[in-house]
Design a binder for this molecule. Structure first.
Ligand code: A2P
Length: 288
């Protein structure tokens, strides 16, 4: 990989740029300018979600950037508060409308339904997936995936899926890596994306990151982004600051040694959001 626009092939052959620009917690009123800034800097992969409340602004940013839609890899995600075949189809159309686009490059189930709160969790995830498959077969979505799924959620869904899960987007940063789930995904043809690759800023201020930043003569943020890439994980760094947006792309001029990768793997937990999938709220389910 030499730049953020270099691509990784998903299981169905669709190409995904190896670093994406994240928009979680970017308010609707500034998301347009942030997305324009990221596209101007050179990112070609933008990640949003219905839950972020900024799809309209993200769509406007893409339009106003002047970059052709087909040159951008655009991801959004399905709310956790809704489930059901018809409801999911309607949600896909609503996201397309808000983003002002005819198609999505990637659509994800944002959080799984889980056993702790929903006895029929596996069937509900499968029913949602069936709607994803319809939109995929109708040409509205180029690739399908999930987010925050652990191995057991993936195994359960695979029993029903006619179109396989191609992506799993997980919290991934030094201090919280979920390496067992990453390994399972990579062994089963599922590309892993990393959300909060900078550890919500906390990890950036750690002594460990300061040490590696000094050793490699880069910023702590670049250590985090590079660490994800060297694990085969597509990082989705976010920033609202134009200089940091551009600077975070410059991660191809150094390589973290295997020994240092292992040392980062072994760091104690830090920067974890505290969100376990089993605690995801299962509300608002509407049956077909
Ligand atoms: P800002 O928007 O002011 O740049 P994560 O994606 O892991 O949740 O972390 C995002 C946080 O990291 C944001 O608060 C962002 O703040 C900050 N951030 C992004 N890039 C950098 C950087 N290069 N140096 C320091 N902080 C950064």
């Amino acid at each position: 990989m030499k730049s953020v626009t270099d691509t990784i092939k998903l299981a169905n052959g669709v190409q995904m740029p190896c670093v994406g620009y994240g928009t979680w917690e970017t308010p609707n009123d500034i998301a347009k300018e942030c997305v324009k800034c990221a596209l101007k800097a050179g990112y070609r992969h933008i990640d949003t979600a219905a839950a972020y409340g900024n799809e309209v602004a993200v769509g406007q940013g893409i339009k106003e950037s002047g970059v052709k839609r087909e040159d951008i890899f655009l991801t959004t995600k399905y709310l956790i508060t809704e489930r059901g075949y018809e409801v999911t189809l309607a949600a896909i159309d609503a996201s397309l409308k808000k983003l002002d686009t005819d198609y999505l490059d990637l659509y994800l189930i944002h959080w799984p339904y889980v056993e702790k709160t929903t006895p029929e969790w596996a069937e509900i995830n499968a029913e949602t997936w069936r709607a994803f498959e319809k939109a995929y077969n109708d040409g509205k979505i180029r690739a399908l995936g999930v987010s925050n799924f652990e191995e057991k959620h993936l195994v359960a869904l695979a029993k029903y899926a006619k179109v396989p899960v191609m992506v799993n987007q997980l919290e991934f940063h030094p201090g919280y890596t979920q390496l067992d789930t990453v390994k399972y995904c990579q062994e089963n043809g599922i590309l892993v994306q990393g959300w909060s690759p900078l550890g919500h800023g906390t990890v950036l201020k750690s002594e460990a990151m300061a040490k590696f930043a000094e050793k490699y003569n880069v910023t702590p943020a670049k250590i985090c982004i590079r660490y994800a890439l060297q694990h085969g994980v597509v990082p989705l760094p976010k920033s609202t600051n134009p200089e940091r947006i551009a600077d975070n792309m410059d991660v191809f001029g150094f390589e973290i040694s295997p020994e240092d990768m292992a040392e980062i793997d072994a760091l104690p937990e830090m920067g974890f959001s505290g969100w376990y999938p089993e605690d995801a709220p299962a509300v608002g389910y509407q049956s077909k």
